[in-house]
Write a protein that binds this ligand. Structure first.
Ligand code: NAP
Length: 368
């Protein structure tokens, strides 16, 4: 019995994941070429500006005409940093092109597939679409909504406490959980935190895993470190300024001296308008990050900023590390949502994954 479209698309998705940490801001894309029931070529997109998955697959072997191409994303039909893949496909004269999903870019959506059909090539779309969308959830959200996918990491005690009343939170979770957080950082274009957390904890907020740890062919970038600092309280002497990588500081402050002091430490200071609550407008900040090509934001902040992201419906996911100890009711909560007086107002989440890391539990939840 011939292997199904799903079988080959699963293989194309596996190829796409090989660039998981290096491909952004471009989408993760994989391609396999099948002829006579056998995979005869494969490729994946490795880094922005590098050859696309289809081109890598075409170059991976001698490709006969009449083959089937399985691609996790509609082939591009426009000239970007590389020529349109759809033209390379047409030249290869395939029998069928099977894609998992259309291009999420509203300006390009469907055009590549139309061009293939216009050249008499059979096109099937939507095979393992949910899996393909999940793989590129940040890229898709940026294309469709002009916003990045926002994931909030929170380490809590068993009674849901994220720091002691005096601000101390080191360490709530085990070494295994903290190493796991490094992988979350690696998968993000930006790590979001606040001046408050930096002043309390003095973290570096950088990626300390190697390419070998990440099992990557290509070097991945340091994610940008993004800080909410409405009054420019950071001095530039904090540890994070000593580590390599881009630093973006969003502020309401017009204080030129402070801006210059931080710029001299390598930070880009971006002034935004306040929202009605006199805070930095988080939507404007996230839109600016999307414009800068950030698909995925990984947040490591305290209860107030985490609560604001949730209250404003800007967070898509929570990754909650639960450690087996109790910090008591005087300690700080995980998410400051203000007072909820009606159970109907509670924030609902859906558990997507649970696993044990060292002594801790890690829950991955989508925010409903
Ligand atoms: N357990 C964990 O996983 C974890 C992770 C990180 C930090 N922490 C702990 O959390 C503690 C800090 O918590 P925190 O609640 O004081 O600070 P936080 O949540 O990290 O940041 C608070 C800051 O966020 C900004 N903010 C708050 N509401 C906002 C809104 N509606 N719109 C825009 N910006 C808003 C404000 O910045 P401006 O004042 O600049 O306006 C505020 O000072 C630290 O002690 C740290 O140890 C724990």
């Amino acid at each position: 019995m011939p292997l199904s479209h799903h079988y080959w698309m699963a293989e194309a998705l596996r190829q796409a994941r090989r660039g998981f940490y290096s491909t952004p801001p471009n989408p993760h894309v994989g391609c396999v070429i099948v002829d006579g029931g056998k995979m005869i070529g494969s490729g994946w997109h490795g880094y922005s500006g590098g050859p696309h998955a289809e081109v890598n697959a075409l170059q991976s072997a001698e490709i006969p005409t009449g083959a089937d191409f399985y691609i996790t994303l509609e082939p591009c039909s426009h000239h970007g940093k590389t020529p349109p893949c759809v033209d390379a496909l047409i030249e290869a004269k395939p029998a069928r092109v099977i894609v998992a999903m259309e291009d999420p870019n509203p300006q390009a959506c469907g055009r590549g597939l139309e061009k293939l059909r216009a050249h008499g090539i059979d096109v099937v779309s939507g095979v393992l679409e949910a899996e393909a969308r999940e793989l590129n959830r940040g890229f898709i959200k940026r294309m469709e909504q002009g916003l990045p996918f926002v994931s909030i990491k929170m380490a809590c005690s068993l009674d849901g406490r994220s720091a002691l009343k005096n601000g101390s939170s080191r360490w709530i979770t085990s070494k295994a959980s903290r190493r796991d957080v490094q992988f979350l950082r690696a998968g993000a274009g930006a790590i979001l935190s606040s001046a408050q957390t930096v002043l309390d904890d003095d973290p570096s907020l950088n990626l300390r895993l190697t390419r070998q740890d990440l099992k990557q062919v290509f070097e991945q970038r340091q994610p940008a470190r993004v800080l909410v600092d409405s009054r420019l309280r950071l001095s530039g002497s904090e540890k994070l300024f000593d580590a390599d990588g881009e630093i973006l500081i969003y502020t309401l402050s017009e204080d030129a001296d402070r801006q210059e002091r931080l710029a001299a430490r390598g930070a880009t200071v971006i002034r935004l308008e306040a929202d009605p609550s006199a805070h930095i407008c988080l939507t404007a900040m996230l839109r600016d990050l999307a414009r800068r090509g950030i698909n995925d934001v990984h947040s490591e902040c305290g209860q107030r900023l985490a609560g604001a992201l949730l209250s404003q419906r800007l967070a898509d996911q929570i990754v909650l590390y639960l450690a087996p100890h109790l910090l008591g009711s005087e300690a700080r909560g995980g998410f400051d949502l203000g007072e909820i007086t009606d159970m109907g107002q509670r924030k609902n989440c859906s558990i997507r994954d649970i696993r044990q890391l060292g002594d801790d539990l890690r829950l991955t939840l989508s925010v409903d």
